[in-house]
Design a protein around this ligand. Structure first.
Ligand code: ADP
Ligand code: MG
Length: 342
């Protein structure tokens, strides 16, 4: 079946009938001029939106439609998590070129549904339009944080300890592998799969964020790593006119990334420092809390959380090696839309 047979409204009701997660807080979902939601008083609302454009953010050759659906939801959920929030309600706008078959959209919704079920997000509306050439996807997501437990980018102070969840750089290498399928990559298929999976199916760290929000720790700042560690840390530093020391041996790099970059002669550390789309959380904690409450409870989380450095009054980011040598990172490295990879 093609789109012209189904039409805009046929497509919308097809999506609607397949929705997997329903929330009792939705009074009116898809089907009217607006969605109607019943929000809990006492909590704060956090609202975010993210656009994904074919050829800029994804490529239909490297992403399956299911993966694209998952990612659309996951990247927005990650922004909500980065504020310490729980994702709740989403609206989705699609610009669809006539070349896209209905089967593709069915599979896209399957991936989207998987993520919305896992993270309990109700899709309550959207817009569906034709696009001349490329597929355009935009999701807006409303979430909730506990009152006064909103984690912003600003608030870090000199002496605060810097933490990250999970491991860094896997997604960047996964993307490199996807982009050069003809290259004679050395190493096992299993390793390759693990890295590629980190790029195609990011897991936003909602649970760690919720745990921190409920804990006694004072989270002084938080951001999700979408553009690379040093660039995203740069946003936290800029907000407070601060600098940071990062401890090179403590930057969490996964075994697959270490192995694969050694065999293929790639710089694992550089990928971990500047690779994008990890969707891990980067946050700072007040040093007294780290001393008094201990970090064992945090570092045992799943995925593990690692302390990677400390905020300094001196501006700039310095990388401290195992032997104690200090190297200034010239400028944040990462992705910038109008400049490309820097
Ligand atoms: P309007 O003319 O008021 O913009 P539409 O006819 O575009 O309404 O949409 C009808 C209903 O379907 C609305 O509730 C809208 O939110 C919902 N909707 C449209 N496109 C999508 C989509 N891609 N996913 C989910 N809901 C959608
Ligand atoms: Mg409309």
């Amino acid at each position: 079946m093609d789109l012209s047979q189904l039409g805009e409204f046929g497509l919308i009701s097809r999506f609607q009938s397949r929705l997997k997660y329903r929330s009792p807080q939705v009074i009116q979902g898809i089907g009217d001029d607006c969605a109607v939601l019943s929000l809990n008083n006492g909590n704060y609302q956090v609202l975010t939106t993210d656009a994904l454009v074919e050829t800029v953010h994804f490529n239909l050759k490297t992403h399956t439609p299911e993966q694209l659906g998952w990612k659309t939801m996951a990247v927005n959920i990650s922004d909500i998590a980065a504020m310490g929030g729980q994702p709740k309600f989403a609206v989705l706008s699609l610009g669809i070129p006539s070349s896209v078959p209905v089967n593709f959209l069915d599979r896209f919704y399957k991936g989207l549904n998987q993520a919305s079920q896992k993270y309990k997000v109700a899709l309550v509306g959207g817009d569906t339009v034709a696009s001349p050439k490329h597929l355009f996807i935009n999701l807006a997501l409303l979430g909730e944080t506990l009152k006064k437990k909103v984690f912003t980018r600003s608030g870090a102070r000199p002496g605060d300890k810097i933490f990250v969840t999970g491991t860094l750089g896997d997604s960047a290498l996964g993307l490199k592998i996807l982009e050069s399928p003809r290259k004679k990559w050395k190493g096992s298929e299993a390793l390759r799969k693990k890295l590629v999976q980190r790029h195609l199916k990011p897991e936003p760290r909602v649970e760690v964020a919720a745990w921190l929000a409920k804990s006694k720790f004072r989270v002084t700042s938080m951001i999700d790593i979408s553009d690379g560690l040093t660039q995203d840390l740069g946003h936290i530093l800029k907000a407070g006119k601060l600098g940071a020391e990062l401890w090179e041996p403590d930057i969490p790099i996964s075994k697959p990334l270490i192995k694969y970059s050694i065999i293929n002669g790639l710089p694992a550390l550089e990928l971990a420092l500047s690779g994008g789309e990890d969707y891990e959380l980067l946050f700072t904690l007040a040093p007294d809390d780290v001393t008094n409450l201990g970090i064992e409870s945090i570092t045992k989380a799943d995925p593990p959380v690692t302390q990677i450095g400390v905020i300094t009054a001196k501006k700039g980011i310095r990388l401290i090696s195992k032997t104690g040598r200090s190297k200034a990172l010239q400028r944040p490295m990462g992705f910038n839309h109008f400049k490309g990879k820097t």
